[in-house]
Design a protein around this ligand. Structure first.
Ligand SMILES: [Fe+2]
Ligand SMILES: [Fe+2]
Length: 185
């Protein structure tokens, strides 16, 4: 596996969680509070995996490597991707806040559901743009050695900043949720 393939694989995992959240938000909107547990798991996943691991790999490793190449089309795309990471972070915090309010009996389920779908809509579009545009440009610019360096730097980041076993824990969680929500391929 090379660097961009590793990120594309993570996109597939994140997209499963986004689909789970869309189903869950719809049920919460209809008053099914048993779904709050799934959203609590999703909030952890978005904070620790999507933002803490995947976006960190892009922001700290991939984007700087691409910016060194100085391609104007790609540089504009990176700036847009960074903005969307910031928006995603804010929305994930909002979901967490509204989830807490609903769990404490003082929240609004419609507001919680709408913040979840705002987040999933943003991330679905963000991932589609990276997969179809930025990563495709990157794959044209980076040579096999650079792709290998990228992959190794991602592995190191995971080991040093996220810790052993965390990716596997989330991988297992995604598998269980995909099964529960009948999203198995
Ligand atoms: Fe991204
Ligand atoms: Fe990404």
């Amino acid at each position: 596996m090379n660097g961009t393939e590793a990120l594309r694989t993570e996109h597939r995992e994140i997209k499963i969680m986004l689909k789970v959240c869309n189903i869950s938000a719809d049920r919460i909107q209809k008053g099914n509070l048993a779904e709050l547990d799934t959203i609590a798991k999703a909030v952890d996943f978005f904070k620790d995996f999507t933002d803490g691991c995947h976006h960190k790999k892009e922001e700290d490793i991939l984007f700087p490597m691409l910016l060194e190449k100085g391609n104007p089309e790609q540089d504009a795309s990176i700036s847009a991707m960074l903005d969307e990471h910031v928006q995603g972070r804010k929305l994930a915090k909002l979901i967490n806040k509204r989830l807490g309010e609903v769990q404490n009996g003082a929240g609004d389920t419609a507001l919680l559901a709408s913040s979840i779908t705002d987040y999933t809509t943003l991330l679905e579009k963000h991932i589609a743009k990276e997969d179809s545009a930025l990563f495709t440009i990157a794959e044209g610019i980076l040579n096999p050695d650079e792709q290998q360096q990228l992959y190794e730097a991602f592995e190191l980041l995971e080991a040093e900043e996220i810790g052993a076993g965390v990716h596997e824990k989330f991988h297992h969680m995604i598998h269980e949720l995909a099964h529960k929500y009948q999203l198995m391929k």
